[in-house]
Design a protein. Structure first.
Lengths: 335, 352
């Protein structure tokens, strides 16, 4: 597999301005040094709870937000410091699908114009060719071609998400970042969209960065999964290993908190974390998770654990590995 | 409070108290009279809830699961909405016959409700302690000071750290999970016989959701409250409900014990829903990426313009001519397992 995208120690901090002169009084450490790669045709899931920085990570690597630090490489080319013009050819290769199918479509443009707009911006094809391309895209995502003239409000949530997908496909990108692309949809529609995304991946050999909070959805669609907590990746490996032998206490708690739609699942043992996720404005020192971690040691309170390859291809950031702890930590009830 | 707890599964022992019916909804019809026509949001729904039991009510947006609950509390805005038929018996009394004053006695006292978005259901201008105390003072006739003491006790019971300090906080100063705990404290402050929880954890993160559901179970065990748990999340239902009602387009299409429903779904819609949700356990072990989820084709019909016959027929793989003509009656196929489908035998038999 060829490496499509590499992200190295990526950071995105947002300054907080207060007072009359907008003095910078603090920083939101939304993304605080994350590294990963995505291969051609592969799906990496980025999962975590609200405020963990997963959406910011997706936006920053597309340079919709300027990174504070770190490197982003596409096929080995460093795009971190490119300006808007320099980014143009890369934008064709990297597209995005948004969560809210209501807010992400311009209500004053017809669906056909929305899907065709990227072609216009990148000056691709004559008007006739663009129309054909749009019609083809409509068909491909399961929308009737005569709907090109309809406006967003005439579509249901699931159909709008199909428009968003068609728009992302218009430029034949190699990477699509989906930011919670199915979270706003009813379950029966969610399944339609997930299936569509997987079909399109096969057909066009797309790579996905699939950002979502729903671990079941992420595991379904992903090859590998990265778990984020307060701006950092705490664990990353293939989905089966992540589920069977999580090497981070947070992953373990997250897995045990996900309700399983099967009778009898309620009888499993589970870890219930106490407390809330701390604020990314003032994250706890040391390991960010130590305030909620049932296994926290003195060292965790002041020393940041680095993400390291504990097993081949299995990355985790936890001091317990040095302390010789055996994972999984809790004897969670599983079949 | 910084330690996570390893929670042992509860024993499967049946509860000692004999169960009695707390709520009995029969043939409820709540319609909305709009300029676009009559919207039959709830169209002949019946269910019962017994003390100490959790009834899960599942369905997708617009299926009428929330409107049914609002009808019980008589909170449906009129106009445009009105209960046009049926009965809602709470401990034998038809709530639809009560005056508004009598209803106020019951709301928040005998029947409480928890909503999805705690921020919009709490008063932003009052400290959370006072909000809880207000309900207690009103229903129990306590003095302000005694009510405040009670409120503090309630905050402690829902495991809010430093309740003395939090009681003086305003809703915006609390996290989402903490706000939902406040809502629960308020809802159970008068030891209600029935608690209606409408998507109580939908707005919360999954680790917080686990905390809140755990808390609700704990309170149910101590208070013996009957709970109606309304949700779209089949996982939440599987892990929390004793019995389940599945709704589609304003009607109950299936009812069964949780075990029966998940192991032998008898309505094509239920079966489709269960097949369409990724399961974290299963998803982790699919090695071929080509494992497709079951789709339910098409979308939920408009309630103002429902198809003839079975409302699910246009999306249903089992649909026959009969389905397109007449709505199937709700019938009992196995003990306690009710299904409204002409082809239920076939669905139960698993021949799809």
């Amino acid at each position: 597999m060829s490496r499509l995208l590499e992200v190295e120690e990526l950071k995105k901090h947002f300054p907080i301005h207060t007072g009359l002169f907008s003095r910078v009084s603090g920083q939101v450490y939304a993304v605080d040094g994350i590294s990963f790669h995505i291969d051609r045709g592969e799906t990496l899931g980025l999962v975590g709870e609200s405020g963990c920085g997963k959406s910011t990570a997706g936006r920053t690597l597309l340079k919709l937000l300027e990174p504070t630090a770190g490197k982003i490489r596409v096929r080995g080319e460093d795009i971190t410091d490119l300006d808007q013009d320099g980014m143009l050819p890369y934008r064709r290769q990297m597209q995005m699908i948004y969560q809210d199918p209501y807010a992400s479509l311009n209500p004053r443009m017809s669906a056909g114009d929305i899907v065709g707009e990227p072609l216009v911006i990148h000056r691709i094809g004559a008007p006739k060719e663009r129309r054909d391309r749009v019609a083809h895209l409509f068909e491909r995502v399961g929308l009737r071609p005569e709907l090109v003239k309809a406006y967003p409000h005439e579509f249901s949530g699931g159909q709008r998400q199909r428009i968003g997908i068609a728009r992302a496909l218009a430029l034949s990108p190699e990477l699509i970042v989906g930011d919670e692309p199915v979270s706003a949809l009813d379950v029966s529609i969610q399944a339609q969209i997930i299936n569509l995304l997987m079909d399109l991946q096969d057909e066009y050999r797309l790579s996905y960065l699939f950002v979502a909070h729903d671990l079941a959805v992420v595991e379904h669609i992903s090859d590998r999964v990265a778990v984020m907590y307060l701006g950092r990746i705490v664990e990353m490996t293939d989905k089966t290993t992540l589920f069977d032998t999580p090497l981070h206490p947070y992953t373990e708690a997250l897995l045990s908190a996900v309700p399983i739609p099967k009778y009898g699942a309620r009888d499993r043992k589970r870890v219930i974390l106490t407390g809330d996720v701390p604020s990314p404005i003032n994250p706890p020192p040391g390991c960010h998770f130590h305030t909620r971690c049932p296994y926290a040691m003195a060292r965790c309170r002041h020393e940041v654990p680095s993400l390291r390859e504990v097993e081949p291809g299995h990355w985790a950031s936890c001091h317990l590995h040095d302390a010789g702890a055996r994972f999984p930590l809790a004897k969670l009830g599983r079949e | 409070m910084n330690q996570a707890e390893l929670v042992e599964p509860e024993s499967a022992e049946p509860r000692m108290t004999p169960e009695r019916t707390v709520l009995e909804i029969a043939n409820l019809q709540t319609h909305f009279f709009t300029t676009g026509g009559v919207v039959r949001a709830v169209d002949g729904v019946s269910y019962t809830v017994r003390s100490g039991e959790t009834l899960g009510v599942v369905g997708e947006s617009g299926c009428g699961k929330s409107v049914t609950a609002l009808s019980v509390l008589r909170l449906v805005a009129d106009p445009p909405g009105r209960v046009v038929g049926g009965t809602i018996r709470f401990e034998g009394t038809d709530l639809l016959d009560l005056t508004e004053t009598q209803m106020e006695e019951i709301r928040g006292n005998d029947i409480s409700m928890i909503f999805q978005e705690p921020m919009t259901s709490l008063n932003p201008l009052m400290t959370v302690g006072r909000q809880i105390a207000e309900a207690i003072a009103l229903h129990r006739g306590l003095s302000r000071r005694d009510a405040m003491d009670q409120a503090m006790e309630m905050l402690r019971r829902v495991h809010i750290p430093e309740p003395e300090r939090r009681a003086h906080a305003y809703p915006h100063q609390l996290s989402g999970g903490m706000r939902q705990r406040v809502m629960i404290a308020m809802a159970v402050s008068c030891s209600p016989k029935l608690l209606i929880a409408d998507e109580p954890t939908t707005a919360l993160d999954v680790t917080i959701q686990a905390q809140i559901l755990d808390l609700m179970r704990e309170l149910q065990d101590t208070l013996g409250t009957a709970i109606v748990l309304i949700t779209h999340d089949m996982g939440v239902v599987a892990e929390n409900a004793d019995r389940v009602v599945v709704m589609y387009a304003g009607r109950k299409v299936e009812e069964a014990s949780a075990q029966e429903l998940f192991e032998r779904p008898g309505h094509p819609y239920t079966k489709g829903l269960l097949g369409s949700i990724p399961n974290v356990e299963v998803a982790a072990h699919i090695n071929t990426r080509r494992a497709r989820l079951n789709e339910i084709k098409g979308m939920v019909p408009s309630l103002a313009n429902l198809p003839k016959g079975c409302t699910f027929a246009p999306r249903c793989g089992f649909a026959s001519d009969q389905c397109r003509v007449a709505y199937p009656p709700l019938a009992q196929y196995r003990p306690g397992h009710w299904i409204a489908c002409w082809h239920a035998e076939q669905v139960l038999g698993g021949t799809a």
